[in-house]
Design a protein around this ligand. Structure first.
Ligand SMILES: Nc1ncnc2c1ncn2[C@@H]1O[C@H](COP(=O)(O)OP(=O)(O)OP(=O)(O)O)[C@@H](O)[C@H]1O
Ligand SMILES: [Mg+2]
Length: 154
């Protein structure tokens, strides 16, 4: 699926509205692929009221969301070895109420929770305003919202 930023945000919003915790979403793709754009849209949809700055330096941020849920936003870019993620409280993730959004999930190596969605973002050659989005279900995570209707068949 190839999505504009508006459609990507709309999809993220729906994901956040619908997703039942505990849930883990691995947001994959190179620098500037749109992982944070998607994470913020999911957070907004889930009912996070605050701004969600990139957790590039803090590595992990936790936000209260609607329906007793919590959004945990991680950016593992600065992790050098998978072992370092234990310092982030990784062993407790996902908690019963947590929607866990992981940027640079590759840094965690094999330590990602088994049941998760992998969302791969890539910029198509010559189309800087669009993103190719691939969704891979790993194990048996809770259902994810489908792509926005306006993009169906695009
Ligand atoms: N279709 C699109 N979907 C998402 N973002 C888009 C799209 N088109 C353009 N953009 C722009 O691409 C940028 C994506 O930035 P973002 O911070 O989300 O990337 P990132 O994957 O989180 O990068 P990093 O690895 O540095 O954390 C934003 O400036 C956004 O406006
Ligand atoms: Mg980012």
């Amino acid at each position: 699926m190839r999505l504009s930023e508006e459609d990507l945000r709309r999809w993220g919003h729906r994901i956040g509205e619908m997703l039942t915790p505990p849930a883990v979403l691995a947001l994959s793709g190179p620098l500037g692929a749109g992982k944070s754009v998607l994470a913020r849209a999911i957070g907004a949809g889930a009912g996070v009221r605050e701004a969600m700055p990139s957790p590039t330096y803090t590595l992990v941020q936790r936000y209260g969301a609607s329906s007793g849920r919590e959004v945990v936003h991680l950016d593992l870019y600065r992790i050098d070895a998978p072992d370092e993620i234990w310092e982030l409280g990784w062993a407790q993730l996902p908690g019963e109420c947590d929607l866990v959004l992981v940027e640079w999930p590759e840094r965690a190596g094999e330590l990602l929770p088994h049941d998760h969605w992998r969302i791969e973002l890539a910029t198509p050659l010559g189309q800087p305003r669009l993103r190719d989005v691939k969704v891979v279900r790993v194990g048996t995570p809770h259902e994810l919202a489908p792509f926005p209707m306006s993009s169906a068949g695009a």
